[in-house]
Design a protein around this ligand. Sequence first.
Ligand SMILES: Nc1ncnc2c1ncn2[C@@H]1O[C@H](COP(=O)(O)OP(=O)(O)OP(=O)(O)O)[C@@H](O)[C@H]1O
Ligand SMILES: O=P(O)(O)OC[C@H]1O[C@H](OP(=O)(O)OP(=O)(O)O)[C@H](O)[C@@H]1O
Ligand SMILES: [Mg+2]
Length: 300
Amino acid sequence: MTVTTNRLRIAIQKSGRLSQDSQALLTNCGLKINLREQRLIAHVENMDIDLLRVRDDDIPGLVMDGVCDLGFVGENVLEEVSLQRQLDNESYDYTVLARLDFGGCRLSIAVPQEEDYQSIKDLEGRTIATTYPRLLNRYLKQKGVNCRIVNLKGSVEVAPRAGLADAICDLVSTGATLEANGLKEVEVIYRSKAVLIQRRDLADEKQLKLIKKLMPRIQGVMQANESKYIMLHAPRARLQEVIALLPGAENPTLLPLAGNDDLVALHVVSSETLFWETMEQLKGLGASSILVLPIEKMME
Ligand SMILES: Nc1ncnc2c1ncn2[C@@H]1O[C@H](COP(=O)(O)OP(=O)(O)OP(=O)(O)O)[C@@H](O)[C@H]1O
Ligand SMILES: O=P(O)(O)OC[C@H]1O[C@H](OP(=O)(O)OP(=O)(O)O)[C@H](O)[C@@H]1O
Ligand SMILES: [Mg+2]
């Protein structure tokens, strides 16, 4: 590629399911992003980074062709584009730097609710509408089922009602879209999360150094997201029982309470969230002033 810039180029979805989370992750990593709604490129003011804001479908190709150095994209799109590029004899090289904690969804086959569905064999010879023809084709081949695949870029869920297909293969998260369209999920064919990918042939020392700086921050933000800071007052006499109830609290900090020898303050960073049930059990042991706080950043 002949793009001559030393600034690291990161492709992110312009508007959609991954935009906010990708941007928030970068912001939490300390990037000051100068965003103007309509701009294709957003400058990062405090680091040599530019964000390219594009359709998510274009992100794998931009990274594979070396136009962008990094990209935030769903594994579903990444895998679909990779399969298509293999077929077209185009390069499909990339490195996954991190699997992220957002964009979780599954690619599933769904049929009309009233259909008596037993197995994938029921779809032999039928028509399935999807935005992911390559992933669907791979799955059907594995199962030895022949179907006609109709490629739709949007509104896939209305295809059966519109008489365009017998079934669909689309992304599902809560299942609300399927339900609203009178469909039921019958096969999960792919489970996806957002990932951060890097172009394989990246060689610029300065850019590699920047990525090396960024990665521990990304890991730190994700770790902080799933961790909680727990504080409570526990009766000294039941300390061992209290500690046993707290997830990941092997080495809590214990602090004396002024004017009260029976109670002790306990602080701990927990890798899991504290459920209401556990809080009620803690209370049952005599614990009080239980606080569960979010953690913004972490570095070990
Ligand atoms: N309901 C969902 N819950 C969580 N993640 C989802 C959900 N739907 C999609 N995703 C993930 O987010 C990605 C982007 O979804 P979105 O619906 O914004 O795509 P799009 O409509 O193709 O957007 P674009 O205009 O950028 O092409 C998907 O490829 C998938 O990885
Ligand atoms: O199972 P659910 O929680 O209902 O989520 C699934 C829906 O989410 C996505 O679309 P999105 O809402 O991002 O809109 P889009 O179809 O315009 O991309 C996806 O394409 C499904 O339609
Ligand atoms: Mg898209």
